[in-house]
Every structure is written in structure tokens, then in C-alpha cells.
Design a binder for this molecule. Structure first.
Ligand SMILES: [Zn+2]
Length: 517
């Protein structure tokens, strides 16, 4: 490639980066980075002062009465901690809406709960995060340095980021630079991405130079993108050529552009010209944006089941599905997912955990809980705890037992969810696909698989290539076809090509599988 061409291409790539980042961050990082700290519940957002002033009411127990009954609060904390560990976002949302009021006199008791290894400490850290109490920083740091599980410590690290301020920032910098656990260092890096002072930026760059673990360096690179600091441009440019990991170089290219703007571009391009793998990584991120799926010509059978499996390599990541199997049979209950295109070609990119075993193993402190391949065979030695655990959490319920509370079971879906709606719900849960069925409660806005009528649908190239017919009307939208699982008819027999591309893109983002277009 001539240099002028490549420069032109890089200019295009880098100009697109902001939109890539916005899209990428909103869609992809459930696994690549620790989950972002939760927003404060609506009731706290509306009127934080009222909630905070609850603490100013003296409660010194002057009457000498018995201490307040905290059993209800404890139950809430335990349930919230459990839902957090399971990434059961529906239950978390429901519990947040009934977040208990706490009082200053509760604090010593709450801090004592942080010594629990799992649910109570995770739930308490969540509660302290909601209230953003600076007094909690010391107890949270002691918890992170103690023997709680990594899941619970992760919540405490997020809480430090949400509480903010100099002491929280200093505590996170110490964790990033000195803690022996890579999971803690990675989470501390992500948390520091929320601190906009020069100290956080400097600490992240320093850690990048001294950090030997490439996964942690990726978190640092991602965190640096959250910060913009013109005075760090030279340091970032000096760091990039020495970075061995291509993904980190790509992350740093984005971070440097954000800090240095157009004037940094020539030097960023110069470095990227010597690092084709990092260039490719940037190109992959651009290709994985929704509009860019349609640039490719797909072979006639691309969307059929039984295609050649995509090989899995150790440098890639597997995506975790946590199952509450109920009375359904394991692994038969999950089998239909992996008989269907495109998941059938990505079988090796997924692993399963059974909720009951997962929680038992976490509570026992093992770092490598039990796990299964998608055919149900146990993975010898289990799978180390990682950020893709529970990417999808599926709860099988029988007949009319449907209850909300599980990621992947749609809000507004009135049908009792059984094994028959597994594929439909999985489409929502993994790729945020919209409902394609015709119902007033259908969730039909925002997904890749719905568009507005009266204009060329965004998937028009697939129509021109013969993979789809004309769009089908659905209320005030159009959908790609009438027999995709996202329609939720009993007669549906495939994920449509649009939904398949969305699923493949999500798998590629999470696992680093090669982009097939
Ligand atoms: Zn579809």
C-alpha cells in the first residue's frame, strides 16, 4: 500500500474513532472490562440531599432502647449481593427501587458486614456506593485487602470510584500499583478511568509501563480512553512503540487521539504503520459497528446452520452463560441454541455454569469454579473466574411460572417463558435484539433488526444480495422477515440474517473471534 493511501485510510479510521468508542463502549465491554459502576437509583438521583441528610438526624440511642431490628436491612443486602454476584440485573433493578434508608448509627454494623466473603459484603458495598459516603473508603479498602471473593471486592472497587475524591483515588492508585491480584489491578484501572485529575492519568500511564500482565494493560488502555489530558500526549506517544500487545496499542492510539487531537495524528499514524496488528484491531472495531456489517458480500449459505466451526484459540476469550435450569434437563435444555446458525459455528466460544454450583464454588473460595462445554461435558479443572462469567444468565421456568428478574427474559414479554422461547430470549440477552412480533408491548425500538418504514432499510444490501425479501411491516416499524426467532412464533425456524450478523458481531467483540466480514 502506498504511504499516501495508508495515511488517508488512517485519517478516516481515526476520525471515526469517537463514534466507534461510543458504540463500542455501549455494546462490547461487558466482558472486556469490569462492569461499570452502577448509576445511583432514581430516588437518590432525584433528591440526593434528602437521602444524605438522613445521617444528620442524631440517633445516639438516648433512651437506651434495644438496637434497631436490622433483619430486614440484612435480608435486602444479602439479596442485592446475590443478584450482583449473579449479574441478575432485573432483580438488582427491582431491589434498587426498594433501597432501604440507612442511618448514621447503622454504619459500624454495615462496615462489619464487609468482612463477609460474598453476598453480605457485595450487597453492603453496593449500598455504600449508592450513598456515596466518604466514611466508607477506609472500610472498603480493608475489605479489598482482606479475604472476600473477587466478585465482592469488585463491587467495593466500583464503590470507591463512585464515592470519588482524593482518598478514594489514592487508594485505587495504590491497588493498581501494588496489589498482587490481576483481577483487582484490572478493576482498579477501570475505576481510575472515572477520575479526571492528572494524578489518575499519570498513575495509569506509570502502571502501563510497569505492569507485566497484558490483560491488565488492556484495562489500563481502556481506562486511559476515558480521560483526556493534553499534557499526557507525549508520554502516551513514547509508551506506544514499546507496548507489546496489539490491542493495548490500539487502545492507546484512541486515548492519545482523544488527548492530543488532530495534531497528534501524524505521530499516531507513524507508530501504527509499524504495528499492522494494532491497525487491524482498530479496523476490526470499526467493522463491528452495525452499519459496517452490510458492506460485505455474503456467500449464499453464510446464514445456514452446519457451517464450518470457527476455531477457538487460547488468546481468545470464552463467553459465559449461567443457567438456573429449574426442572429442565441439563444439558438438553440449552442444546437448541448451539444447533442453530450462527451459534453452532461458535460452540467453542461459550461455556456454561450452573447457578447452584457457581454460587457454592464462589462461597468456598475456589478461583476456578465448575464449568461445562456447551454439550454438557465438564471442563477439567473448571474455568477461572473472569469477566465474561454470566454474560447471559438464563433461568428456565416451567409453564406459567414466569417471573421477571432474569437478564434475558424480556420486560414486557407476557408469555410464560419456557424452553420454547430460549432462542428468542437469548437474542435479547446477548445481542440486544428487538422483538420482531406484533404486539403493543413488543420491545421494537433500537435493535439492529428493526427500522423505520418509508425509507431504505438499513439491511438493504442483504435484500439486494438475495438473503432477505422485502421488509415486513410491524406496527410503526419494519422487520427483516417473518420467520426469525425474534418474532416468537412457534413456526419460526431461524435467526434472520440481520439478527445473525448482530449475534456474530457481539461474539466477536466479547471473545476476540475474527471478524468474518
Ligand atoms: Zn431477526
Amino acid at each position: 500500500m502506498k504511504r499516501s493511501n495508508s495515511t488517508h485510510i488512517f485519517f478516516g479510521i481515526l476520525v471515526l474513532l469517537f463514534s466507534v468508542i461510543l458504540y463500542w463502549k455501549s455494546n462490547s465491554r461487558r466482558g472486556d472490562s469490569p462492569p461499570p459502576p452502577d448509576s445511583t437509583p432514581a430516588s437518590v438521583k432525584k433528591d440526593p440531599a434528602t437521602r444524605i441528610l438522613d445521617f444528620d438526624v442524631p440517633d445516639e440511642n438516648p433512651s437506651g432502647e434495644d438496637p434497631p431490628d436490622r433483619s430486614k436491612l440484612r435480608t435486602w443486602i444479602e439479596q442485592f449481593g446475590r443478584a450482583t454476584v449473579l449479574r441478575d440485573n432485573r432483580t438488582r433493578l427491582r431491589l434498587k427501587q426498594s433501597a432501604p434508608k440507612i442511618d448514621r448509627s447503622d454504619l459500624p454494623w454495615l462496615f462489619s458486614l464487609l468482612s463477609d466473603p460474598l453476598y453480605l459484603s457485595a450487597g453492603t458495598a453496593e449500598l455504600l456506593k449508592m450513598y456515596r459516603l466518604p466514611e466508607a473508603i477506609g472500610p472498603l479498602v480493608r475489605m479489598i485487602q482482606g479475604s472476600a471473593t473477587l466478585s465482592a471486592k469488585g463491587v467495593a472497587i466500583e464503590a470507591l470510584a463512585v464515592i470519588g475524591g482524593d482518598s478514594a483515588g489514592e487508594a485505587l492508585i495504590r491497588l493498581l500499583s501494588t496489589h498482587s491480584d490481576t483481577g483487582i489491578r484490572a478493576r482498579a484501572a477501570t475505576a481510575l478511568g472515572r477520575f479526571h485529575g492528572p494524578e489518575a492519568h499519570r498513575a495509569l500511564v506509570d502502571a502501563l509501563r510497569s505492569e507485566s500482565n497484558s490483560i491488565v494493560r488492556r484495562y489500563i488502555g481502556a481506562a486511559l480512553q476515558q480521560l483526556s489530558s493534553p499534557e499526557m500526549v507525549e508520554v502516551l506517544l513514547a509508551t506506544m512503540p514499546n507496548e507489546p500487545d496489539a490491542t493495548v496499542v490500539a487502545e492507546l492510539a484512541i486515548a492519545t487521539y482523544q488527548s492530543g487531537g488532530e495534531s497528534a495524528l501524524p505521530r499516531i499514524r507513524e507508530i501504527l504503520n509499524r504495528r499492522p496488528a494494532a491497525r487491524q484491531k482498530l479496523q476490526d472495531w470499526i467493522d463491528l459497528q452495525e452499519g459496517n456489517w452490510y458492506r460485505n458480500e455474503y456467500p449464499k449459505n453464510f446464514f445456514d446452520s452446519d457451517q464450518q466451526p470457527v476455531p477457538f484459540y487460547p488468546r481468545q476469550s470464552r463467553i459465559g452463560i449461567t443457567l438456573d435450569q429449574g426442572s429442565s434437563g441439563f444439558p438438553g435444555s440449552i442444546a437448541p441454541l448451539f444447533r442453530t446458525s450462527p451459534l453452532d459455528r461458535y460452540r467453542d466460544f461459550f461455556y456454561l455454569r450452573l447457578e447452584k454450583e457457581w454460587l457454592e464454588d464462589l462461597a468456598s473460595g475456589t478461583r476456578s469454579p465448575r464449568a461445562y462445554r456447551v454439550d454438557g461435558s465438564p471442563i477439567p479443572g473448571g474455568m477461572p473466574i473472569n469477566d465474561l462469567d454470566g454474560t447471559v444468565h438464563l433461568r428456565f421456568v416451567a409453564g406459567k411460572e414466569f417471573s421477571p428478574g432474569i437478564l434475558g427474559f424480556t420486560e414486557g414479554n407476557k408469555a410464560a417463558v419456557t424452553s420454547t422461547s430460549l432462542l428468542h430470549e437469548f437474542g435479547h440477552a446477548l445481542a440486544e435484539l428487538a422483538d420482531e412480533y406484533n404486539h403493543e408491548l413488543a420491545k421494537n425500538a433500537g435493535g439492529a433488526n428493526v427500522d423505520f418504514p418509508d425509507e431504505e432499510p438499513k439491511w438493504d444490501p442483504l435484500i439486494r444480495q438475495g438473503h432477505l425479501g422485502n421488509p415486513v411491516s410491524r406496527r410503526d416499524r419494519v422487520i427483516p422477515s417473518n420467520n426469525c426467532y425474534m418474532n416468537n412464533h412457534p413456526s419460526d425456524n431461524r435467526w434472520c440474517p440481520v439478527c445473525q450478523l448482530a449475534l456474530i458481531a457481539k461474539i466477536c467483540r466479547l471473545s476476540d473471534a475474527p471478524v468474518p466480514w
